[in-house]
Design a protein around this ligand. Structure first.
Ligand code: PEP
Length: 273
């Protein structure tokens, strides 16, 4: 085996380039026809921004026709949730085995799933492992509520969410996942976190991943900010050191706004270089 002796004067290895990821979470909005019309309206524009990875997460029933519409483009599809079993008597659920035929990503642990549907950190861990088994990339959503932030518990809550979500996930898989920091007080409220506040938590998430694995995994994992992201504030987030993209709710339902968010993300990338 060839040993590379870097010596004291050897240049440091180049920094890891994390491709920015903008994902649109449409939630329970848009019929199939409306979904296809919205994708059609923005597809060419989204496809033109080659340095940003763009993911659209429409409702389940729109995924299959959406897949046909986006083929031959760089735009990707994600699901908003899934169950952790492959198949069986689980009425109303959708499995990773089904999703992998139609999409590349799956959002897991969104605060609406945690809140309205009582999903626990342990449930999310089962889903993360099931998604990875079928080569779906999980976008794991984590975040604190206002009372937790005011009580100084942000890092404790988010550290635990990240640690449990990644239990029994190997370092290779962990490097490829996406974590979305979504403070509950910023989701759908029009009151986004400041770039600095969001970056502090994203940096903490990266350090947590590095502690659980090693620095190279921490450097590779992509961390998004989510919570009232708009074309007007995306640049503030994308100019931060540890924010690699955004999970966008409301603004992803307007073609013009979503395209602008992707465009401004690419502009920020050019400025960072
Ligand atoms: C979300 O639901 O993931 C989200 C961030 O929503 P909004 O952008 O509307 O705050």
């Amino acid at each position: 085996m060839v040993q590379i002796n870097r010596g004291n004067n050897a240049p440091p290895p180049p920094p890891v380039q994390r491709i920015p990821l903008i994902a649109g979470n449409w939630k329970m909005n848009k019929t199939v026809d409306e979904s296809l019309a919205l994708i059609d309206e923005m597809l060419d524009d989204l496809n033109a921004y080659e340095e940003v990875e763009t993911v659209i997460c429409p409702p389940f029933i729109a995924l299959f026709p959406a897949m046909e519409l986006i083929e031959d483009t760089e735009v990707k599809l994600g699901a908003q949730n899934m169950y952790f079993k492959d198949n069986g008597a689980f009425t109303g659920e959708i499995s990773p085995l089904m999703l992998r035929e139609v999409c590349d990503y799956v959002i897991l642990g969104h605060s609406e799933r945690r809140g309205y549907f009582h999903e626990t950190n342990e449930d999310i861990n089962l889903k993360v492992k099931a998604a990875l088994k079928y080569d779906l990339t999980p976008i794991i959503a984590v975040g604190e509520n206002l009372a937790q932030r005011e009580a100084g518990l942000t890092e404790e809550i988010i550290g635990l969410q990240v640690e449990i979500a990644l239990r029994e996930v190997n370092s290779y898989d962990a490097s490829g996942i996406v974590i979305a920091y979504e403070p509950l007080w910023a989701i759908g409220t029009g009151r986004a976190a400041s770039g600095e506040v969001a970056n502090d938590v994203c940096k903490f998430i990266r350090q947590t991943v590095a502690r659980l694995y090693d620095q190279s995994v921490g450097d590779r994992v992509r961390i998004q900010y989510g919570g009232s992201v708009t074309p007007d504030n995306i640049s503030e987030f994308m100019s931060q050191s540890d924010i690699d993209g955004a999970l966008v709710g409301g603004a992803s339902l307007k073609a013009g706004d979503f395209v602008k968010i992707v465009a401004r993300t690419q502009e920020c990338l050019a400025k960072k270089k």
